[in-house]
Design a protein around this ligand. Structure first.
Ligand code: HSE
Length: 338
């Protein structure tokens, strides 16, 4: 399987590390022999080798702050040129998320799918704004569009729904979909102030490049929109749903909630309301006996209400280099099988 990596930041590097670490296992257990033939990154440069890029060398270049273009002889192709010129089976779209426009990632994905290249992405912009168009484009070109890592990183929520809960009817999903805000709220329960908790979340690499996307709820809004459109078959835009973040929650409110046996959680919710599908993001007081109350730190969780099993809750990481890199590995294994 020839891969093209568009974006080589934390997530792209996390994937590269896993491809190195698990190369033998992927071949032996899954019959999957992955070769990265091209990498293009807006800041780090581009490299291309039809026989396969040495990923250890690429990671070392980035670590040393050197341009990737020095690796394979001065290719300066930008992402779109790379997608157009390179022959690959799968494009991994790993550029930064722009939740408002979905760009430039949406154009990268369109270009790859139009060529018949399958796509896996962790980018929430295109998936929240254009999942239907991109899935149709994939189908029309004999390709696949997979996006496990857009919601709960490598914690296999979308696979759980698509594969393991197939045959169940889902009426509602609600959970903690943003690690940064859950981390901040957990730290505030321990007495830390908001600003110090946000700084710590940024230092640990949980927060988006612009932390407004986390603390104002937009990141969770993108995720509930992805779930509404891809699990419930809706056609929601992010702006269609109410969204409130955590910036107005005070230490006094958190203290009063604790005295009352409750916690504040930023809850993302999608549910059927008659023939309509609705979604929302906002702080909710949950009783300490509720499964979501026990989910602390940057951990995510989602409770899925089904007609067959009642409530099923999945808990796991929702961010992180290796954790998000793994989501791409799941998608690649699926693509290999199909
Ligand atoms: N900033 C996000 C979070 C990362 O804190 O959950 C994953 O989307």
């Amino acid at each position: 399987m020839k891969l093209l990596l568009i974006g080589f930041g934390t997530v792209g590097q996390g994937l590269a590390e896993l491809l190195i670490e698990k190369a033998d296992e992927l071949k032996q257990e899954h019959g999957l022999d992955c070769t990265v033939v091209g990498i293009s990154d807006m800041l780090k440069g581009s490299c291309y080798d039809p026989n396969g890029i040495d990923l250890e060398a690429a990671l070392a270049k980035v670590e040393a702050g050197q341009a990737l273009s020095t690796l394979t002889g001065g290719f300066e192709w930008d992402a779109l040129e790379m997608i157009q010129k390179v022959d690959a089976d799968v494009m991994c779209e790993l550029t930064y998320t722009d939740i408002e426009t979905g760009q430039p990632a949406t154009d990268h994905i369109r270009a790859a799918l139009a060529k018949g290249m399958s796509v896996t992405t962790t980018n929430k912009g295109p998936t929240a704004l254009a999942s239907r168009e991109l899935m149709e484009l994939a189908a029309a070109n004999g390709a696949r569009f997979l996006f496990e890592g857009t919601v709960m990183a490598g914690t296999p929520l979308l696979n759980l729904i698509r594969e393991t809960l197939a045959g169940s009817e889902i009426s509602e999903m609600q959970g903690i979909l943003n690690g940064t805000t859950n981390f901040i709220l957990t730290r505030m329960e321990g007495g830390m102030d908001y600003a110090a908790a946000l700084t710590e979340a940024q230092e640990l690499g949980y927060a988006e490049a612009v932390p407004d996307a986390d603390v104002l709820g937009w990141d969770a809004l993108a995720k509930v929109t992805i779930l509404a459109n891809t699990v419930f078959g809706a056609s929601l835009e992010p702006d269609d749903s109410p969204c409130v973040g955590i910036t107005e929650i005070t230490p006094e409110q958190i203290e009063a909630a604790a005295a009352d046996g409750k916690k504040y959680k930023l809850v993302g919710r999608v549910w059927r309301d008659g023939a309509k599908v609705r979604a929302s993001v906002g702080p909710q007081l949950v009783d300490n006996s509720h499964p979501l109350a026990g989910v602390g730190g940057a951990t995510n969780a989602m409770t899925i209400t089904t007609d067959t099993l009642g409530d099923v809750t999945i808990v796991g990481p929702g961010a992180g280099r290796r954790e998000t890199g793994f989501s791409l590995l799941i998608d690649l294994i699926h693509l290999g099988r199909s």
